[in-house]
Design a protein around this ligand. Structure first.
Ligand code: HEC
Ligand code: HEC
Length: 204
């Protein structure tokens, strides 16, 4: 009798835990409904300047949103660490736990490499860039380093967004905790950065 009560309790606890997890994901999906008008269904981008976020690494997704969210300290709104044109407006309305739920849900969606028509001359230039080896040492050859969830997936990301991001690191507009790792972009011309962005977009 005792044993079966213990067994039953374990079963019920397991059900409670898994439904709590499912609920968190469900919450992320619900909050994400608003985002799909720009980021596409389940975060697969439809424009070349708004990033794909479905299938992006979870830690990076959460950090990127927290870094764009304007924080209020002593009643004063601070300038976010990371520059953004639109996201700073939307993220004001979400708490950290809501952002975490969205990061959780979006990261569990499939990554859809962009089908945006690329400039093949630029792709070819990026492929032979002497800096590519350094990028790949952190981002992996296919642009998806799966051993560090704080390094964003860039293989198959949309091209204009990638290029804009590189310029933001170059021009100190992304003063995030790990921005220093991107310091190499300061030594690279805008032209070559554009080619590298186009090359990484072409990866699957
Ligand atoms: C009106 C269009 C629009 C809407 C709606 C929108 N976004 Fe964005 N999002 C952007 C743009 C544009 C950027 C690039 C940064 C910027 O300039 O704001 C971006 C960037 C991001 C990034 C950074 C990705 C990266 O690779 O660093 C994340 C994460 C993100 N958005 C999540 C969301 C979530 C979650 C929502 C819903 C709460 C949302 N966005 C709603 C346009 C939008
Ligand atoms: C030492 C490791 C390292 C090297 C080398 C490196 N990166 Fe990164 N990269 C990172 C990290 C970490 C981030 C995220 C930083 C943050 O949180 O703001 C990042 C962010 C990015 C982003 C922003 C993606 C997004 O979704 O907004 C792009 C684009 C990028 N890197 C491309 C490159 C390219 C191209 C090179 C080579 C010229 C390169 N990286 C070299 C570690 C590196």
């Amino acid at each position: 009798m005792r044993k079966s009560i213990i067994f039953l309790s374990i079963v019920m606890l397991t059900i409670a835990f898994s439904s709590a997890y499912a609920q968190e994901n469900e919450e992320g999906r619900r909050f994400g409904n608003f985002c799909s008008s720009c980021h596409g269904t389940a975060g697969a981008a439809v424009s070349d300047a708004i990033p794909s976020i479905g299938g992006q690494h979870k830690d990076y997704l959460k950090n990127s949103m927290m870094d764009m969210k304007p924080m209020v300290v002593d009643g004063k709104e601070q300038t976010p660490k990371r520059y953004s044109t639109l996201m700073k407006i939307f993220l004001k309305g979400y708490s950290e736990s809501e952002i975490e739920a969205m990061a959780d849900w979006y990261s569990s969606r499939p990554w859809v490499p962009t089908s945006y028509p690329l400039n093949q001359d630029l792709v070819a230039k990026g492929k032979v860039s002497k800096h590519l080896e350094t990028c790949v040492s952190c981002h992996a050859a296919n642009g998806n380093n799966t051993s560090d969830a704080g390094i964003p997936r860039i293989g198959g990301q949309v091209p204009t967004y990638l290029y804009n991001s590189l310029l933001e690191y170059k021009n100190d507009k992304r003063m995030t905790e790990r921005a220093e790792e991107m310091a190499i972009v300061k030594e690279i011309s805008d032209e070559e950065l554009k080619a590298l962005a186009e090359y990484f977009s072409s990866l699957k």
